[in-house]
Design a protein. Structure first.
Length: 186
């Protein structure tokens, strides 16, 4: 950048900043309504008819909210834990309709994730080549697992190799190698 261009850019930036500072200072010294106890309010320009109706409604609601928002004297001390004379401890089950105590509710059974059957074998559902990475799609335990070399499936099978048409898994519990091949459709 040439020295003349730099100086021109600097002067333009300084002019913009100074005009912004002057305009913001002018906005702060604009006519403001007087605060109570500071004398008569300054004259404001006349409002359009809809605005004057809105101003009247706002002032009416402001007066109403001051009357309604008056805090009531506390009837009791929230930090005093003594039992009041009018309150008695009751069994919450006695509040239920009926003559006797209600039976305990049955526990809700949460369905557990089905564990894969010990004899269920994994199968190769597909092979994907994405950005130079070869990923195998292995179906095991009712779910699809997207794995590459070194991943572990369900804590049981380690992926040793992924090739174009097959994947090699090592069964960590049985200690044997499984070769899964893609099924060809004819």
């Amino acid at each position: 950048m040439r020295p003349g261009t730099f100086t021109a850019c600097w002067l333009v930036s300084a002019a913009i900043l100074s005009s912004w500072a002057v305009s913001s200072a002018a906005d702060q010294t604009a006519v403001r309504p007087a605060v109570a106890g500071q004398g008569a309010p300054a004259a404001l320009p006349a409002l359009p008819p809809l605005s004057s109706g809105l101003e009247a409604e706002i002032s009416r609601l402001a007066i109403r909210s001051r009357v309604l928002a008056a805090p009531a004297a506390p009837s009791r001390n929230l930090f005093d834990f003594a039992e009041s004379a009018g309150l008695r401890t009751r069994n919450p089950r006695s509040l239920l309709p009926g003559a006797g105590i209600a039976p305990e509710p049955a526990p809700i059974a949460v369905p557990a994730e089905p564990a894969p059957a010990p004899d269920a074998a994994p199968s190769l559902a597909g092979i994907a080549h994405v950005a130079g990475m070869v990923t195998a799609v292995v179906s095991f335990g009712g779910t699809l697992h997207y794995v590459k070399k070194g991943d572990v499936i369900a804590g049981r099978f380690r992926v040793d190799a992924v090739r174009d048409q097959e994947a090699e898994l090592f069964d960590l519990t049985a200690g044997m190698i499984l070769r899964l091949a893609l099924k060809t459709v004819t």
